[in-house]
Design a protein around this ligand. Sequence first.
Ligand SMILES: C[S@@+](CC[C@H](N)C(=O)[O-])C[C@H]1O[C@@H](n2cnc3c(N)ncnc32)[C@H](O)[C@@H]1O
Length: 312
Amino acid sequence: MKHDLMTGSFPLVSALQEGLNKTLFGASASAVESLHADYGDEYLSDFERSLGLLKKAFPQNTFPDWAVRGFQRLGSTILREEVAFKQTGQYSAGIEELQTLKDDFYSNPDVMEGYYLVGLYCTYFLWPHHYELLKFYRKSFLYPPHDPQGLVMEWGPGHGLLSVEALGMWKESPALLIDLSPQSLRFSEAVLGASGADSRVETRLEDVLAAGALPRASRIICGELLEHVPDPQALIGRVKASLEPGGLAFLTGAINAPQPDHIFLFRSEEELLRLVEDGGLSVRAHLTVRHPSRAGDEKPPEVTAMVVGHGD
Ligand SMILES: C[S@@+](CC[C@H](N)C(=O)[O-])C[C@H]1O[C@@H](n2cnc3c(N)ncnc32)[C@H](O)[C@@H]1O
């Protein structure tokens, strides 16, 4: 790849890459090159468009510094957790820490707006396995591109990227986003606003497990939430109860993947697939991915994505 060509056509990607190269996360800057080699210019356009949304949504934040710092801080937080996990075999927080996480993490602007949400957003284009997941989401859940009849719900949208993708494909669908973090909802609203889909979106600030009656939806998006809740089986129960007949849900779950806000430790893909099937849902497609740098680990952090429907 010619660097000058890239600078001309993809200035935001190029600026981010340059910023990352000055940090300890320079390896992620070279991930841009290997992803470009694997997926061609489509990947660069994809990343450029998504960074454009970020920049438009948060004009007050300096780009690329904010994104570089966010990605770097998220990465170093995860590395610290991974070191501890190797020693203890447990996540640093457990179910009993949930209230503290709600008070000090999910509603803390320094964490959520400072690094977590922007960092996580960027991982979808800087971690090769997250980009693979995004492509699986598009191919196996969003296609065919005609609107599903009925409501689209996203639980735990965080940065809102998955809803941006869904509502960009399904141009008429209304959506309801539920998250217990006010910063997550604000971030999602801003990114959806930048994409032009905000007029179709409602938000609810709630713990999805504690929420009262939820509407029925024809599509439910629930990315990286199962490991954040004390009772993943109850979350699967809510998915089943909220999914219209013939509806589909997209779920992802992290396995052996320590982060400060992960409280439920899944140890294998089988465990996640069983959880879903035991909850009366059927898995129509699934994919498990891991970061290439962890490929040789005995118990590498992984993510399993699943497209599920009613089992009966
Ligand atoms: C790791 S982020 C997931 C972001 C995005 N869905 C993704 O897949 O990348 C987890 C999000 O879930 C939210 N969350 C955690 N527990 C929740 C709960 N019980 N109910 C609603 N939202 C929750 C957090 O505030 C955060 O925004």
